[in-house]
Design a protein around this ligand. Structure first.
Ligand code: ATP
Length: 388
C-alpha cells in the first residue's frame, strides 16, 4: 500500500489554470451600477462560454447597455467584478481588455477609407505593415466588402458601413466581441440579412459574442442563450426554446412571444389534480408545470398558453388531458399562411388563437360561439406577483 503523495493538491486547493481553458470567456459577478439613487444594474451574475453568442434582451431602461459598457470598460462598476478569460478586468482600461466593439451608430472615422478604418486597431497595436495589409484584406473579404477598401464611409450604405464596423471589431481577433444594437438603425430587410452575416462571421472566427438588443426576434434568431433583463437584473437565462417553452416568470412569458395569460389562483392537488381557478372557471394544470412553478396552494398565479397551442374545436367536453372553454369570436385576422382569432371568454378575458389556414377548413365570423381546447401539458404555470 502506498501512502498518498503529501504534495498532491486536493481539488479545492488546486492552482487556477493559467491557459484560460477552464474559465468562462466572460464572468460577471454581482455586478452593480448606480447613478445617484437610481439603480441601473442591480447584481448581475453571468458566465458566457467560449464561442458562445449570448444576448442581453429586455425592455428599454432595463440595464443592458450599462452592463455592456461596464464590460467594455467605458464605465466603472459601483460594485462587483468582471473577468475575461479568467483575468480580473474590473479596473483595467478599455484598450487593455482585448475586446472588439460594434455599436448602433457606425462610429467609423469619416475621414478614413474603409480599409484605414479596419486597419486602425492594428496600427494602434503597432503591427507590421505587411501583416496589417493582409489582415485588413481578409477582414473586408470576411464581411463581403472585398472591393470596397478605398471608399469613404459617406460612399457606403448604412449596411455596408456596419459591415466595415464589424470588420474593424474582429480584425485584431479579440477575445470577446461586444455589440450594442448594431442593426438598430437599419431597415428590416437589411437587418435580417446582417443578422445572418454576423452569425456567420462570429462562427467562422469562433468568437465569443455579448450582444444587446430589445428586439426579441433578433435575439431568438441569433443567440445560443438569451439573458432576459428586467429592472437591472437577469430575470431568466436560457436558450430561446427554454424561454419560450419554460418561462420562469410572468414577465418572461409576456416578454417572449405572444401569450394568453389566464390569471387566477393556484389550487394544489386536493385529490383531483392541480388547477388555476377564477370565479366559476377552473383550468387544469399539468403535473410538470405545477412541480416546476413550486407555488403554494392559494397563491395568485397565471396559466400561460401560447396562441398556437389552442385549438378551436367543434364539440366534445374536457377530456382527461384537455382544458375546454366557451368563447366568442371577436376578430379574425388573415396573416398569410395563418389565421389569427381574437376571442372573448367571460369576465372580459380575451384570448388569441393562431392556426394554419388550411387546417381549419372553416370560415368563422365575428360573433360566432365556439369552444377552445388546449392540452393540459401546454399550459405554463407562473406566479402572478401582481395578482389579487
Ligand atoms: P435601451 O434599450 O433603451 O438602450 P437599456 O436596457 O440599455 O435600455 P440602460 O441604458 O442600461 O438601459 O439604462 C438603465 C437605467 O440607467 C435607465 O433607467 C437609465 O435611465 C439609467 N442610466 C443609464 N445611464 C445613465 C447615466 N449616465 N446617468 C444616469 N442614469 C443613467
Amino acid at each position: 500500500m502506498t501512502a498518498p503523495e503529501p504534495t498532491t493538491a486536493s481539488p479545492s486547493s488546486a492552482a487556477p489554470a493559467t491557459n484560460g481553458a477552464d474559465h468562462p470567456a466572460l464572468a460577471l459577478r454581482d455586478l452593480r451600477k448606480t447613478f445617484g439613487s437610481a439603480v441601473a444594474v442591480d447584481g448581475v451574475d453571468l458566465d458566457v462560454r467560449r464561442g458562445e453568442f449570448l444576448t442581453l434582451l429586455g425592455p428599454s431602461g432595463s440595464g443592458k447597455t450599462t452592463t455592456l459598457r461596464m464590460v467594455a470598460g467605458f464605465m466603472a462598476p459601483t460594485a462587483g467584478s468582471i473577468e475575461i478569460d479568467g483575468s480580473d478586468m474590473t479596473r483595467v482600461p478599455p484598450y487593455r481588455r482585448d475586446v472588439g466593439m460594434v455599436f448602433q451608430n457606425y462610429a467609423l472615422f469619416p475621414h478614413m477609407t474603409a480599409a484605414d478604418n479596419v486597419a486602425f486597431p492594428l496600427r494602434m497595436r503597432r503591427r507590421p505593415a505587411a501583416e496589417i495589409k493582409k489582415r485588413v484584406a481578409d477582414a473586408l473579404e470576411l464581411v463581403k466588402l472585398g472591393g470596397y477598401g478605398d471608399r469613404y464611409p459617406r460612399q457606403l450604405s448604412g449596411g455596408q458601413q456596419q459591415r466595415v464596423a464589424l470588420a474593424r471589431a474582429v480584425v485584431f481577433e479579440p477575445r470577446l466581441l461586444l455589440m450594442d444594437e448594431p442593426l438598430g438603425a437599419l431597415d428590416r430587410k437589411l437587418r435580417e440579412s446582417l443578422q445572418l452575416e454576423i452569425i456567420r462571421v462570429s462562427r467562422e472566427l469562433g468568437a465569443t459574442v455579448l450582444y444587446v438588443t430589445h428586439d426579441q426576434e433578433e435575439a431568438l434568431v441569433m443567440s445560443d442563450r438569451i439573458a432576459i433583463f428586467s429592472a437591472g437584473r437577469i430575470e431568466q437565462l436560457g436558450s430561446g426554446e427554454d424561454l419560450y417553452d419554460r418561462p420562469a416568470s410572468l414577465f418572461v412569458a409576456d416578454f417572449i412571444g405572444e401569450s394568453n395569460i389566464l390569471r387566477g389562483r393556484y389550487e394544489a392537488d386536493g385529490g383531483d389534480g392541480d388547477w388555476v381557478t377564477r370565479d366559476n372557471a377552473r383550468w387544469r394544470v399539468g403535473r410538470d408545470a405545477a412541480a416546476r412553478a413550486e407555488l403554494s396552494s392559494g397563491t395568485p398565479a397565471a396559466l400561460v398558453v401560447r396562441p398556437e397551442r389552442i385549438r378551436i374545436v367543434d364539440g366534445g367536453g374536457a377530456g382527461d388531458g384537455l382544458n375546454v372553454v366557451e368563447a366568442m369570436v371577436d376578430e379574425v385576422l388573415y396573416l398569410g399562411p395563418d389565421t389569427k382569432y381574437h376571442l372573448a371568454l367571460g369576465w372580459g378575458q380575451r384570448v388569441a388563437v393562431r392556426e394554419p389556414r388550411e387546417s381549419s377548413g372553416r370560415e368563422l365570423q365575428r360573433g360566432d360561439q365556439v369552444r377552445l381546447a388546449w392540452s393540459v401539458d401546454d399550459g405554463l404555470l407562473v406566479a402572478d406577483p401582481g395578482g389579487a
